[in-house]
Design a protein around this ligand. Structure first.
Ligand code: AMP
Length: 286
């Protein structure tokens, strides 16, 4: 497995692979790998000749008071895990490589970035769209893999990719969870034992929402209120948002229908966690 840090070298590598007729899969990440990341790499390995995983803690998607400095970084351990899966290249550029002196260009996806995580984290999706655009140009892959765990990010990247005519298939894979249901996240490392137990309220409230829908409750406000009750009963938890929206357009829904996204962000102590479920079809749920 190669580790490449230079964007120019990375671009040349992918161009060569494509000239040789090889298919390329890209898995963009911020590192500190867990099974969620590995599931994307495994799928990419199965579907492409060459697999590139990028590891870059992107400063432009963090707010000034967020955890950019504290974010876990462990390139050595990440490399070992990626190598075991058969990743061909890790692209690990420095901040200076990605945003050199004089850098001035940003990608702004409108409307769908203004709510949910975008409302709580102003500028976050501008940073995400910018870095993903740069990665798509540096690594012009056939397919790029993202996790449903970051539901709004998936919608934003699909929109951006279509709007900007990227010739890359966006593949979305399911959220990988711990045995008790907590969605895997690099930020789970911040949690104390007590917080780790409290963090289960995200999954519990989503599971309860699903149960309510199964039993015939389709009123979004009632479901939202019951989710709030569960989370508010947990002393260490503070709700940031609970959104019940169309999974494609992110428009608010008064009534649950097919393809509804229920997404939430909750502070557990100082750590902000997100999770979501998609209700594909109401009827078979009943
Ligand atoms: P991150 O390193 O947190 O930016 O995540 C890199 C990629 O892994 C993104 O596409 C995430 O959506 C995805 N990912 C993170 N956590 C999970 C998870 N628990 N299950 C599936 N995919 C995940």
């Amino acid at each position: 497995m190669k580790i490449i840090t230079s964007p120019k070298e990375m671009q040349a590598y992918v161009k060569r692979a494509r000239t040789d007729g090889k298919t390329v899969g890209l898995v963009p990440t911020m590192g500190a790998f867990h099974e969620g990341h590995l599931s994307l790499m495994r799928r990419a390995r199965a579907e492409n000749d060459i697999v590139v995983t990028s590891i870059f803690v992107n400063p432009t998607q963090f707010g000034p008071k967020e955890d950019y400095n504290a974010y876990p970084r462990d390139l050595e351990n990440d490399s070992k895990m990626a190598e075991k899966i058969g990743v061909d290249v890790i692209f690990a550029p420095s901040v200076k490589d990605m945003y050199p002196q004089g850098y001035a260009t940003f990608v702004n996806v409108e409307r769908i970035t203004e709510k949910m995580c975008g409302a709580s984290r102003p500028g976050h999706f501008r940073g995400v769209a910018t870095v993903v655009t740069k990665l798509f140009n540096i690594i012009p892959a056939h397919k790029a893999y993202f996790g449903q765990k970051d539901a709004q990010q998936c919608v934003v990247i699909k929109r951006m990719s279509e709007d900007l005519n990227f010739d890359i298939d966006i593949v979305i894979l399911p959220t990988v969870r711990e045995n008790d249901g907590l969605a895997m996240s690099s930020r789970n490392k911040y949690l104390s034992d007590e917080e780790r137990r409290s963090a289960l309220v995200l999954f519990k409230s989503l599971s309860m929402a699903k149960e309510l829908i199964r039993s015939g409750e389709l009123n979004s406000e009632k479901i939202r209120q019951k989710m709030l009750d569960i989370i508010n009963a947990e002393p260490l938890a503070r709700v940031d948002y609970i959104s019940i929206v169309d999974a494609e357009t992110l428009e608010d829904l008064n009534e649950i229908k097919d393809n509804t996204l229920i997404a939430l962000a909750v502070f557990i102590g100082k750590t902000r966690l997100i999770d979501n479920i998609i209700i594909d079809q109401i009827n078979p749920l009943k």
